[in-house]
Design a protein around this ligand. Structure first.
Ligand code: ATP
Ligand code: MG
Length: 781
């Protein structure tokens, strides 16, 4: 591939410095929308193109799976373009369609597929698929490489079962939900059941430790891990086994982390182990052909409830870097220009966040012109608030031909706030709830996945129990209890009992026939797992198990809907196989259990997005509605008398405001029904922290703006260069610069007013007809 690195011209000089830095540690700190994620993406491209780093030696941690996909797509495009130029001397889009496809698929295979880009969870679950069999915990538990990943609801039911059935505790006093939360927190701090008992030697601490310990036994017995284990076990494994650590240290020569401010201690330990190979003496570190590159913004740290700790970011310079003052350091870069938001929006965010005491001051300059005032709306109640927002969205969509439903996002503090908005949108405006009931949380999907997990990992008793009598096979609860009881007493997985006809005959009585046919079914598929693709297995098992026929027989709308979801699952498997060239059942299952809420947000989907502020991190939209700005709701009541928690709420508000590119609407209600009661509401203190001059309370008439709104999520670059009246006044003979085609001359102007298009002649490229409203064009004066 060519040495050309002209793609770096899409960066400012500080970004370029960050991207071109080759070996050693580097920290990029900067405010929202300053191009941190862009710098990280370009850095990966530069490592491969310029420094010839093999893609498989790069590990990049993103905050969501969706972000990982976007990053890969971006890099793929960059590479395809470079290759088109070097091999064919032509830009990619000018090559015949067939060659474009071939070239992209070559780029994908050679450069993109081998990259390790993903969330902490997906990356390290992959590593565990290789090496978990070399790990043993302090109680001697071991796992096989075919482990299942239990999701939150699986984990909850395990804990509930332990509290109420195994330990016979009062679940009012020992709420299973809070116990589960406490276990998760313990794992995120690297604490074992023993540590818990030591730290908290009272009765409550002892019970927690006991529940935690049984929970671990159960996970191990099911050959299963929960989400937290996907991070914690690699740390322990690396500490336990030098050669395993050595292998991965050797593999990952360049490590990059986005959103570093939301890293927790265990994730940090992982990064540190991989970077240093477990060597604690800084002087002994060898940075040759090696780097660690992290980007983040302490003002956007919003996951302390999951033990995220932004002091990890603040300590990077001491930890890995040269520790020199800002003016002299070579291991830190600051970015100070914001490319996302209009100045009014940015100023509001900057003023707001200055009210936090726990922060480092930083500069964030607007580059995109002042924009319209922020509009603040006071509604009578939550229903009126929703109507205001939806009406406003409809008006704007109608009056601005350039924008579509995908340009809008409604952000709120808690999931429950979505309901009135859904009611107001339903049937009128397409919308998508990001992080609602996930596809993979639906009953029929969980059933289908349980079949697949039971095939892939017969030790997974939780899955076996879910489907042993679904659809009905005449296996009663008493029989199931008998079988489970026997397995527990013998200390063997349930499957060993189920798959043994003699034991079944003894324990299952009249249900033996049903149990045997279930066991036969699973055994048949287990034996064939290697010979079939994941898609074939899904189809086969759902039919042979009678699941599909059962739904067909029911014939209700609900059953119909479930059937559709099952076939959607089949589509999801096919898609996974195509995207990953991995047809194995294990591959698909790992992917399905890690599909996060945000993955519901599909690219290019023309729908209004509704989501919590937490889900909005890293995203951008032309128009943002930030709703429910009331004391007790946002900031949340739990933070009202806890200064540190209040600062976190303010950071969350900062994140929300800085998602907006063009327009920001804030709203609050006079009264609100919360938890069943209608209560008067007081406007949020955060509203008072934004200077009045920036806010308007009279609605500007929505005009058909001649200035296009940019598209949702990662708009085209260089929006700053848009000329304000570009659609109206192009003249024949004018020169302009197009992002891809370069400099060209206008040869024709078609139409008039907002409906014009222009023909432009680009030397070496040819004549193109462009819609100036949809294309970024820079006028050459
Ligand atoms: P956040 O803190 O919200 O994660 P960020 O710092 O990661 O933001 P990006 O998402 O990388 O910022 O960039 C914000 C927007 O600015 C994106 O639309 C990006 O394409 C654009 N952008 C970044 N750098 C430049 C640049 N040098 N010139 C023009 N546009 C840029
Ligand atoms: Mg970012």
């Amino acid at each position: 591939m060519t040495q050309t690195t002209d793609f770096l011209s899409h960066l400012n000089s500080s970004q370029r410095r960050a991207v071109e830095h080759y070996c050693g540690p580097l920290l990029v700190v900067a405010g929202a929308g300053s191009g941190k994620t862009r710098a990280l993406t370009y850095r990966i491209a530069n490592l491969i193109l310029k420094h010839k780093v093999a893609p498989e030696n790069i590990l990049a941690v993103t905050f969501t799976n969706k972000a990982a996909r976007e990053m890969k797509e971006r890099i793929e495009k960059l590479f395809a373009q470079q290759l088109a130029l070097s091999k064919h001397g032509q830009r990619l889009e000018l090559l015949p369609a067939e060659e474009q496809v071939q070239l992209r698929s070559r780029v994908y295979k050679t450069y993109i597929k081998p990259l390790w880009i993903g969330t902490f969870h997906s990356l390290f679950s992959r590593i565990l698929r290789f090496d978990i069999n070399k790990y043993q915990d302090d109680k001697g538990h071991q796992w096989k490489r075919s482990f299942s990943i239990f999701d939150e609801s699986d984990a909850q039911s395990l804990v509930k079962n332990i509290v109420t059935k195994q330990l016979n505790l009062d679940d009012k006093k020992f709420n299973p939900r809070s116990m589960r939360y406490a276990i998760s927190n313990a794992k995120n701090q690297g604490l074992t059941p023993n540590d818990i008992e030591k730290n908290q030697p009272d009765y409550k601490g002892r019970v927690l430790s006991q529940v935690y310990s049984s929970y671990q036994d159960q996970l191990a017995a099911n050959n299963a891990l929960d989400f937290d284990d996907l991070i914690l076990i690699p740390v322990r494994l690396f500490q336990q086994n030098e050669s395993v650590l050595g292998y991965w240290h050797q593999q990952f020569q360049h490590i990059l982390v986005d959103e570093y401010q939301d890293t927790n201690r265990i994730q940090y330990d992982l990064i540190r182990l991989l970077v240093t190979n477990g060597e604690t003496r800084k002087s002994e570190w060898n940075w040759q052909n090696r780097s660690v590159f992290v980007v983040g913004d302490a003002d956007q740290s919003i996951y302390s409830f999951r033990m995220a700790d932004y002091t990890i970011l603040l300590e990077f310079q001491e930890d890995f870097g040269d520790g020199l003052p800002d003016d002299d350091t070579r291991t830190m870069v600051k970015l100070e220009e914001n490319y996302r938001s209009r100045e009014n929006i940015l100023q509001a965010a900057n003023y707001l966040i200055e009210n936090n005491t726990q922060r480092i001051d930083k500069v964030l300059k607007a580059t995109r012109g002042i924009g319209e005032q922020i509009y603040c709306h006071k509604a009578d109640d939550e229903v009126a608030e929703a109507h205001f927002v939806v009406n406003q969205i409809r008006k704007m969509e109608e009056q601005n031909p350039e924008i579509d439903w995908g340009s809008f996002a409604i952000l709120y503090r808690t999931n429950a706030q979505s309901r009135p908005f859904e009611d107001a949108l339903r049937g009128k405006v397409p919308y998508i709830i990001v992080g609602g009931l996930k596809f993979y949380d639906r009953k029929e999907i969980k059933d289908a996945l349980a079949y697949l997990r039971a095939i892939a990992n017969p030790d997974d008793t939780v899955s076996l129990l879910r489907i042993i009598n679904t659809p009905r096979r005449g296996i009663g609860q008493a029989t199931i209890d008998n079988l489970v009881g026997a397995a527990q007493q013998l200390g063997v997985p349930l499957w060993e009992i189920l798959s043994d006809k003699t034991s079944v005959a003894t324990l299952a009585g009249r249900s033996a026939k049903g149990v045997n046919s279930f066991a036969d079914l699973i055994t048949r598929w287990q034996e064939q797992v290697e010979n079939f693709s994941a898609a074939e297995i899904v189809k086969g098992i759902m039919e042979e198990s009678g699941y599909v026929q059962d739904l067909q027989k029911q014939g209700t709308d609900e059953a119909e809907n479930r059937l559709e979801n099952v076939s959607e699952l089949y589509n999801a498997v096919l898609q996974f196989q195509e995207e990953n060239e991995d047809t194995s059942l294990g591959g698909f299952l790992a992917n399905a259990s890690l599909a996060s809420d945000l993955d519901d947000l599909k690219d290019g989907q023309k729908a209004v997005s509704l989501m919590t502020l937490h889900s909005a991190k890293g995203l951008e939209f032309p128009v943002i509605f930030l709703v429910g700005l009331e004391q007790g709701l946002f900031p949340n009541f739990r933070s009202m008398d806890d200064p540190a928690a209040l600062e976190e709420e303010r950071r969350l508000c900062y994140v929300g405001i800085t998602r907006a590119q063009e327009q920001l609407y804030l709203s609050h209600a006079r009264e609100r029904r919360l938890y069943g009661n209608r209560e008067p509401a007081v406007r949020s203190q955060f509203l008072g922290e934004i200077p009045k001059e920036l806010i308007s309370s009279t609605l500007v008439k929505v005009k058909a703006s001649s200035e296009p709104l940019t598209s949702a999520i990662e708009p085209k670059q260089q929006t700053t260069k848009r000329s304000t009246k570009q659609s109206a006044d192009w003249k024949v003979g004018e020169l302009l610069i197009h992002d891809s085609f370069g400099t060209g001359e206008v040869t024709h102007v078609f139409g008039s007013g907002s409906k014009i298009s222009i023909a432009v002649k680009f030397p070496g490229v040819g004549q193109k007809i462009l819609d100036p409203k949809r294309t970024i064009l820079q006028r050459v004066k």
